[in-house]
Design a protein around this ligand. Structure first.
Ligand code: ATP
Length: 228
């Protein structure tokens, strides 16, 4: 099944063309790597997919539904890990997750259980009652990921989730992404590290200056680069 189908997406910021007729398909159960240099349009594209920025033209279908007509419905099944960490630094991790879980209608014991499971999943259970303001960059990133996972989205969108963190947290995040895929979550993983794409993704889309310049399996792309 197709999880997302974006066609002919155009997005301008003033005179600048951030997305220039971009097509993107995400298949159920895959880790799709979205690769590209700074300013390529990756964040704009995933924000369009998540319904956070409006597009100038094109069409977006998610879970087989038209995004314009079914945005709220679609958002229930999407988790977005933003590039800039979006957590409450003065609230302990469990309170952060209670806030984000609450937005999705979780409450009572179901919410409590989900918070404990999610903190364990990202490897922060022993820090559940500590203030994130004192966390390392890697721990904050893991909490940021937990906030996007607490409602168990079917599609998880991750915007450069390993930028500026220690290798241990980085490995933990990469392993969590693989585990989520094993559990059936579809993942769109944005990065500018080729080695992360090689380690994780079944398919890759390369974006540059608002254009898709290549796509295929990692092996396809490596072969393509070798023959050029
Ligand atoms: P990065 O790896 O640096 O996050 P990116 O591939 O995610 O880059 P975008 O952030 O989507 O790229 O930016 C694409 C283009 O659109 C860039 O030229 C950027 O300067 C421009 N842009 C992005 N957001 C805005 C905005 N809110 N207003 C004006 N221009 C913007």
């Amino acid at each position: 099944m197709q999880v997302a189908k974006l066609r002919n997406i155009v997005k301008r910021y003033g005179n600048a063309l951030a997305l220039d007729h971009v097509d993107l398909d995400i298949h159920e159960g895959e880790i799709l790597g979205l690769l590209g240099p700074n300013g390529a349009g990756k964040t704009t594209l995933i924000h369009a997919l998540a319904g956070l920025v409006g597009i100038d033209s094109g069409s977006i279908e998610v879970f087989g539904k038209n995004q314009r007509r079914h945005l709220l419905d679609i958002k229930r099944d999407i988790g977005l890990v933003t590039q800039d960490i979006a957590i409450f630094e003065d609230m302990v991790p469990a309170e952060n997750l209670a806030f984000f879980g609450g937005i999705y209608g979780l409450k009572g014991n179901a919410l409590k259980t989900r918070i404990a499971e999610t903190l364990a999943f990202v490897g922060l259970p022993e820090h559940a009652k500590k203030t994130p303001a004192k966390f390392s960059g890697g721990m904050k990133r893991r909490l940021n990921i937990a906030c996007a996972l607490v409602h168990r989205p079917k599609l998880l969108i991750m915007d450069e989730p390993t930028v500026g963190i220690d290798p241990q947290s980085r490995n933990h995040i990469l392993e969590s992404v693989r585990e989520l895929r094993r559990r059936g979550t579809t993942i769109l993983y944005t990065t500018h590290y080729m080695e992360e794409v090689e380690a994780l993704a079944s398919r890759v889309v390369i974006l540059d200056q608002g254009h898709v310049i290549a796509q295929g399996t990692v092996d396809d792309l490596v072969r393509h680069i070798q023959y050029e």
